[in-house]
Write a protein that binds this ligand. Structure first.
Ligand SMILES: [Zn+2]
Ligand SMILES: [Zn+2]
Length: 259
């Protein structure tokens, strides 16, 4: 089990201190994680202290502690993003789309705007941006792949068709997609991506990784055990971890019924 989507800073709810880092790592141990990755939002770039994480990680030899970054992808920011990513030896970066032409669509107060728009065009616009993020070559993981569903508004067209081109680009670029359990705590009440997309992702041979999107220590690893059980039913045999921006496979342990 691993969790590569953890926000140490939350939404600037706390500072990077040894004590705070330990709270997250203690929880990771408690949840039996093999690998935990911190991926704070790039908008808090000036508040990061990645070296301190590496230092405290040495107190936890049983954990693979990784350092990533969740980037709020915007085409016009590509140059700045590239500069930041290359300025630190990140283990991985997550490309996430939270914004369509300046509209931060995932804020709770934005539900009405979602209802006003045509669902198919909304999904298409969103997936086109995810495709650009994937094609940019800056990321190893795509974050919360179908975030646009968060208010439970479904497209008329099969979402697998709307997401098709984007998935093809992700596959060609060799990116992984995370199963992000945080969607369960949004109005849509399901993980990202939804099961039929996840099955397609697996069938396409796209590597799968895991993230809780924890913004506080207690939610590290949340619901990931359940995801692992679901993935095993699809036939998934391994999960992808990262080190030095290279993927590596972590095999599921064989578990027999009754074991
Ligand atoms: Zn995000
Ligand atoms: Zn996040």
């Amino acid at each position: 089990m691993l969790d590569l989507h953890v926000h140490l800073l939350g939404h600037l709810d706390r500072e990077v201190t040894r004590g705070n880092i330990r709270l997250f790592l203690d929880e990771a141990k408690k949840k039996n994680l093999v690998q935990i990755g911190f991926a704070d939002h790039d908008m808090y770039w000036n508040d990061l202290n990645l070296d301190l994480i590496r230092e405290v990680a040495e107190e936890y030899p049983e954990l693979q502690v990784r350092i990533g970054l969740e980037v709020d992808y915007r085409e016009e920011n590509e140059e700045l993003i590239r500069k930041r990513i290359s300025s630190y030896p990140f283990d991985y970066t997550i490309g996430s789309v939270h914004e369509i032409s300046g509209w931060f669509f995932d804020y709770p107060e934005e539900e009405e705007e979602h209802l006003r728009r045509d669902p198919d065009s909304l999904y298409l616009e969103y997936f086109a941006l995810v495709e650009k993020a994937a094609a940019s070559g800056m990321f190893q993981i795509i974050g919360h792949f179908d975030l646009i569903k968060l208010f439970k508004i479904r497209p008329r067209t099969d979402v697998r068709i709307l997401a098709g081109r984007t998935l093809e680009t992700i596959r060609k670029q060799g990116l992984a997609i995370e199963v992000n359990t945080n969607g369960r705590y949004k109005p849509v009440q399901e993980f990202y991506p939804e099961p039929k997309l996840l099955e397609l992702i697996y069938q396409m041979g796209i590597p799968i990784t895991l993230g809780s999107d924890a913004h506080e220590p207690s939610t590290v690893g949340r619901d990931l055990e359940e995801v692992v059980q679901q993935l095993k039913l699809f036939g998934v045999k391994e999960i992808t971890g990262f080190a030095g921006q290279r993927p590596h496979a972590l095999m599921f342990k064989n578990t027999l019924i009754g074991e």
